[in-house]
Design a protein around this ligand. Structure first.
Ligand code: GDD
Ligand code: MG
Length: 360
């Protein structure tokens, strides 16, 4: 038996409006929810049970995965009435774990796509006889993450979550969002109050002299927290750059069953066309995610964008780096550029208004 916890309770604020109706980990990338890719990879690594620590829109997860039988893994759910934070979320699932006090339990952040060697991480934890092993990756700009410097022996020396001063940027090694905990340390996290594993638990363990080791894996890694990253992750899965056993088929595009793509349209660079979606004559869709039942009108040009469920993009419209909410309509003549977000069910009337806004 090998148990894992998946933290999926976050609000996904940076991905609004996509996360108004669907929690971030349940947004489809390459045709299936982010969580399903993670579940498939965990199963492949020998994980036999996953407990989801849920809060925001908890029922969306259990409706989809049920008891996990269809996914070949045992799935359980624990719901936080009020979000307890990452550490509180880990503590809160303890009642659903059967592991003994000295057994390893794997914790996954629910919004990262990785090529992590999960078995290697667990083995490193065993080999070092560690309390906690942290999966680390290297990034160019670490400021949006948890910085985790290690010494020559691989022992973690500090944990600096979202550093605010230059002086704190001591490494390009970041917390990549997966840990192995000795089960008893999960039980030791305070119950029934919010706890941040990054700001409280890890620094506390280091102060108390716990053996916390870093495991650097240089394979694929992406946090899907922003619209741009979300689109990137979907593209990479479709093109086979990000590994996942849950991608139905890799290639230049992924056209799901029941989608309708006109033979004169061009659909490439890892675009996903959702079930029931339509791409009309002469349209050019590159590097984008079309949710189910979305419609792209003839000669429209859509690049690096997310088009929500049932949204309609009229003939000739140009979108680049845009998020269109579920059920919204972009009428003819519009051109929206990087960072623009259209909220669900809004209609942008026929015009030549041009938006440019932030790129967040
Ligand atoms: N159950 C539960 N309860 N889950 C939560 C809660 C909560 O209150 N808050 C956040 N989560 C989940 C989110 O759904 C997500 O899967 C995960 O915990 C991490 O939360 P994010 O909000 O995505 O954090 P982040 O991306 O800013 O930073 C975290 O991930 C980085 C790597 O992607 C930190 O762990 C950083 O240290 C790390 O570098
Ligand atoms: Mg995140």
């Amino acid at each position: 038996m090998l148990e894992a916890v998946m933290l999926v309770g976050g609000k996904g604020t940076r991905l609004r409006p996509l996360t108004i109706s669907v929690p971030k980990p349940m947004l489809p990338v390459a045709g299936v929810p982010v969580t399903e890719h993670q579940v498939a990879r965990a199963k492949e690594a020998g994980v036999t049970r996953i407990v989801l620590g849920t809060s925001y829109k908890a029922e969306v997860f259990s409706d989809y995965f049920g008891d996990g039988a269809d996914f070949g893994i045992d799935m359980r759910y624990v719901v936080e009435d009020e979000p307890l934070g990452t550490g509180g979320g880990i503590r809160n699932v303890a009642s659903a774990l059967d592991s003994g006090p000295d057994d390893p339990v794997i914790i996954f952040n629910g919004d990262v796509l990785t090529g992590l060697d999960i078995t290697g991480l667990v083995q490193a934890w065993r080999d070092a006889d560690a309390d906690v092993a942290l999966y680390l990756t290297r990034v160019e700009d670490p400021r949006a993450f948890g910085l985790v410097p290690t010494d020559d022996a691989g022992q973690v020396t500090a944990f600096l979550e979202k550093p605010e001063t230059e002086a704190e940027i001591v490494t390009d090694q970041i917390n990549a969002g997966c840990y192995v905990f000795k089960r008893s340390l999960i039980d030791a996290i305070p119950a029934d109050r919010p706890v941040s594993v990054e700001r409280e638990t890890f620094p506390g363990l280091l102060e108390g002299g716990a053996k916390v080791i870093g495991y650097v894996d240089t394979g694929y890694w992406l946090d899907l927290g922003t619209p741009l990253a979300f689109v990137q992750g979907s593209k990479d899965l479709v093109k086979g750059i990000a590994p996942s056993p849950a991608v139905p088929q890799t290639g230049e595009n992924l056209i799901l069953n029941g989608a309708d793509v006109d033979p004169t349209a061009t659909v490439g660079d890892g675009t996903v066309v959702g079930a029931g979606a339509r791409v009309e004559a002469g349209a050019n869709v590159q590097g984008s995610v079309l949710f189910d039942d979305a419609v792209i009108g003839s000669n429209a040009q859509v690049t690096d964008s997310v088009i929500g469920r049932g949204a309609r993009v009229a003939d000739g419209v140009r979108l680049e780096g845009v998020v269109v909410g579920d059920g919204a309509t972009i009428e003819a003549g519009n051109e929206l550029l990087a960072g623009a977000r259209v909220f669900p069910d809004v209609t942008l009337e026929a015009t030549s208004v041009r938006f440019t806004s932030d790129k967040s």
